[in-house]
Design a protein around this ligand. Structure first.
Ligand code: PGA
Length: 253
């Protein structure tokens, strides 16, 4: 069975107002109308989620959160519980390198967030990826395999089949310099082998693995044709509705 193809636009903190986010959602809805064969989603900042959902209402795009807290509730000022996201979004990004860096999320916390998201029925997209120094030493694949093992700790196959993985080399994010298609394919194939070792063929052959890091309409061709790459997590280019649509078309075909 062919794997699901997925393109998610990670808007980060770029729309500066709720109004801007809703307007972008309308442009993305219009630009991607009629594109079939790929699941599309956008991830706005938390407070814009209701307005973006309304702007997309009934459209072919899902809404994704950019993070979630691992605890059900409690004294966590500024955090958002998974149960509050459920019903507003269907997906959530977990372990993005910017969150790992800015909030200090380690592998154990990424694992706790992943479990929490699954517990409430959200579909997590878990991000892994290495720093440039590590790639230069040739240890990138081992490192991301370790991140995958840590992220999936204690999660059974029934849970794992609701997860997507995004391989995002940190040095490629927001730099305009993506990985080569060959390097991304090789690393993502290694990630799939790790999933296979953990869960067997059924989960490994079905689980979508996306590439992220300076993906644009101009660079997606490197990745879309690779056998293990099932789509993209797109930052900067997802703010341009036409470019996002180009990426979606490329992944769909
Ligand atoms: P970028 O970001 O496409 O702007 O490199 C990707 C991401 O951080 O998900």
């Amino acid at each position: 069975m062919p794997r699901r193809r997925v393109v998610v636009g990670n808007w980060k903190m770029n729309p500066a107002t709720v109004h801007e986010a809703a307007e972008l959602a309308v442009r993305v809805r219009e630009a991607t109308a009629g594109i079939a064969g790929v699941e599309l989603a956008v991830a706005p900042p938390y407070v814009a989620i209701p307005a973006v959902s309304e702007a997309l209402d009934g459209a072919h795009l899902r809404v994704c959160a950019q993070d979630v807290h691992e605890d059900p509730k409690g004294a966590h000022t500024a955090a958002v519980p998974a149960t509050m996201l459920r019903g507003l979004v269907t997906q959530v990004i977990v372990g993005h390198s910017e969150v790992r860096r800015e909030s200090g999320d380690d592998d154990a916390r990424v694992n706790a967030k992943l479990r929490r998201a699954l517990e409430v029925g959200l579909e997590p997209i878990v991000c892994v990826g290495e720093e440039l120094d590590l790639r230069r030493t040739g240890r990138a694949e081992d490192f991301v395999r370790g991140q995958v093992r840590a992220a999936f700790q204690g999660i059974n196959a029934d849970g794992a089949e609701h997860v997507a993985i995004a391989y995002e080399p940190i040095w490629a994010i927001g730099t305009g310099v993506p990985a080569t298609g060959g390097d991304a394919q090789a690393t993502i194939a290694a990630i799939r082998e790790e999933v296979r070792a953990l869960y067997g063929d059924t989960v490994a052959d079905a689980l979508p693995i996306l590439y992220g890091g300076s993906v644009s309409g101009a660079t997606i061709g490197e990745f879309a044709g690779q056998s293990d790459i099932d789509g993209a997590l797109v930052g900067g280019a997802s703010l341009d509705a036409e470019d996002f649509a180009r990426i979606a078309r490329s992944v769909a075909s």
